[in-house]
Design a binder for this molecule. Structure first.
Ligand code: DGT
Ligand code: CA
Ligand code: CA
Ligand code: ZN
Length: 580
């Protein structure tokens, strides 16, 4: 059992106890224990063998005993008992947005609901709304969560799909006989989510590669296997999160690899457009080649395929048939921003609000990524749930920033804030305090239920505020979990353009808003975009790469992204904006 396996078991115990109505004290002990185990620096087996688990801070005797059993025997009777006592459907219900363990238990106790299907029926019949503590609004919200989940289907977030694809790809590339291999499809185009993983490899002989693939340790089930193709269900962990997804491997000869790479990268709409371009010239284009039967056009790389059409190379992120084929013909594709263009970030959290690391730790992590500045944007006072900072704490943070900056070399901390946009569109804190920051990120964290007109007016009012520098996560959505609040982004972007405000691409793979279509719209309207990881730990700073993906899909170049500028330039621009 790995640390992650043990932590998962503890997490599961916490959830099951919670569903049984246990005290939050006991429930939290398991959740905290799981976190402790996950971040243990020492080898877990060794700690158990040497009976030193009890020395670890945060692990009480009950947890030590259970972890020891898990590590020594690979299972835990206590957990198996709990699993028998709590219907699996309750665990699934608890994962619905807005439905905590208390409500799930109440539904089970009062109405005998133990599956999501039964819950849906009870909402549709109105039975849930009549229950004490629920009401019509809660019932409607639950129903919406269920429908949203049904729609999302089996797709997974891009960070998880990428992690699994990279793990499989690394193994495929190591197989004897494999010449080239890539992940194609939505993973290569860097979409927000993926439905499956499409791997392509070239080898003279396909069979050995296919045979090895279906036996990879990540494979939990073989869905289909032929001489040149196999489909499997594969699973791995990405930063502690478990991901399970279908993965297909196709093996072709090396001469066919470029055509397969182009075809299986898609999108389907891009492929259809390219095929039409081929037909216009009397050619055929497919995964098997380009040209006519008597005169095939040899291509060693994907770039050769585009060159055969007299086109510029089209980066995979642009292949959605939204004008990239025409632009490549006219040789007017933009030079897209790259992750290595990023020189710093602005919206991040530290232990001053709900982050997990100190100012200095975050700044040093930013430096390790090669960046010149770490902009802190902790939560403002009205967001109590995220430990928003009262003014006295803000001043304390400023003092610490000055002190730490004096000791840092090669990186500097910028004094920012993630100020809540209040219900009426005003910013948190008085004007004098706001004026003391290097910049202000304004974000909506509350009142998601406003009408579209009211929500739009609220955000536009914040954009008109001279103190605001940039708009944070502009829709509040959580990918595959929660739809964003209703807002007219076209109006928001036009207002940002009018007042010269920047708009963030939130690079957290849970958010990714502005999305790529609106990022492109921002550029068209002349709105400066900024890519922010919204990091709550040093490791999350590198999430910035997912935001760069969105920017690339939105046709953005380095000039369109504020944080491709160096520190001196950024300081000068922020100072200019503060003067107004
Ligand atoms: P996903 O898996 O839903 O996240 O999205 P994709 O884009 O990875 O789609 P997928 O896995 O169904 O197929 C991979 C690529 O194969 C797709 O992007 C383009 C190509 N492809 C699949 N079906 C067709 C088709 O019927 N016509 C054409 N032209 N291309 C197709
Ligand atoms: Ca796919
Ligand atoms: Ca596929
Ligand atoms: Zn936020």
């Amino acid at each position: 059992m790995t640390k992650d396996d043990v932590a998962d078991a503890l997490d599961e115990i916490g959830v099951l106890l919670e569903l049984q109505g246990e005290s939050s004290f006991r429930v939290n002990a398991y959740a905290n224990g799981a976190r402790t185990v996950r971040s243990l620096a020492d080898d877990l087996k060794q700690l158990v063998a040497e009976k030193r688990l009890g020395d670890v801070r945060g692990l009480g005797s009950a947890l030590v005993e259970k972890i020891t059993t898990l590590v020594e025997t690979g299972s835990l009777p206590y957990l198996e008992d709990l699993r028998r006592q709590v219907p699996a459907g309750l665990v699934e219900m608890r994962q619905l947005q807005g439905l905590g363990a208390k409500k799930v238990k109440a539904l089970h106790d009062a109405l005998g609901i133990d599956t999501v299907e039964k819950l849906k029926a009870a909402c549709e019949s109105g039975a849930v709304g009549k229950l004490k503590g629920f009401g019509a609004k809660t019932q409607a919200n639950i129903l919406e969560s269920i429908r949203f989940r049904e729609q999302a289907g089996q797709r997974v977030r891009i960070d998880l799909a990428t992690g699994l694809a990279e793990a499989l790809l690394a193994r495929v590339r190591e197989l004897p006989g494999v010449i080239r291999a890539e992940a194609c499809g939505s993973v290569r185009r860097r979409r927000e989510t993926s439905g499956d993983i499409d791997l392509l490899a070239s080898a003279a002989d396909a069979k050995p590669a296919i045979d090895a693939f279906v036996a990879f340790p990540e494979v939990v089930r073989v869905l289909g296997q032929g001489p040149t193709k196999a489909s499997v269900l594969a699973t791995t962990r990405v930063d502690g999160d478990k991901v399970t997804l279908q993965a297909d491997l196709r093996v072709v000869t090396d001469a066919l690899f470029p055509f397969g790479l182009h075809y299986f990268t898609g999108s389907k709409a891009h492929n259809i457009h390219m095929r039409q371009k081929a037909i216009d010239r009397g050619w055929l284009l497919s995964e098997y080649g380009l040209g006519s039967e008597d005169a095939p056009i040899a291509c060693k790389t994907e770039a050769d395929i585009f060159a055969a059409f007299g086109m510029e190379y089209v980066p995979p992120e642009l292949r959605e048939d939204t004008g990239e084929v025409e632009a490549a013909e006219q040789k007017t594709l933009p030079r897209l921003v790259e992750y290595t263009d990023i020189r710093g970030v602005f919206h991040n959290h530290t232990t001053y609000s709900d982050g997990g690391a100190s100012l200095e730790e975050m700044a040093l992590a930013a430096k390790a990524l090669g960046w010149e500045y770490f902009g802190v944007g902790d939560h403002s006072q009205s967001l109590a749930v995220a430990r928003g900072m009262p003014p006295s704490v803000v001043r304390k943070q400023w003092d610490e920033i000055d002190r730490v900056n004096a000791t840092l070399s090669g990186v500097q901390i910028l004094k920012g804030i993630e100020s809540d946009i209040l219900e009426d569109g005003s910013l948190d804190y008085d004007d004098e305090l706001l004026a003391g920051f290097d910049y202000v990120v304004g974000s909506v964290h509350t009142h998601f239920g406003l009408s579209e007109a009211d929500q739009t007016a609220r955000v536009c009012r914040a954009l008109a505020n001279p103190r605001l520098t940039m708009l944070g996560h502009s829709t509040g959505r959580l990918i595959l979990k929660r739809e964003g609040y209703k807002i007219d982004l076209e109006e928001v972007l036009k207002t940002a353009a009018r007042f010269g405000k920047m708009v963030e691409i939130n690079a957290s793979p849970y958010r990714l808003d502005l999305d790529w279509t609106h990022a492109r719209r921002a550029k068209a309207l002349g709105v400066m975009v900024v890519i922010n990881p919204d990091a709550h730990s040093p490791g999350e700073l590198a999430q910035t790469r997912f935001g760069v993906d969105v920017a690339r899909r939105g046709w953005l170049g380095a000039k369109d992204v504020f944080n491709t500028r160096g520190l001196a330039d950024v300081r000068a621009e922020l100072a200019r904006r503060r003067k107004g």
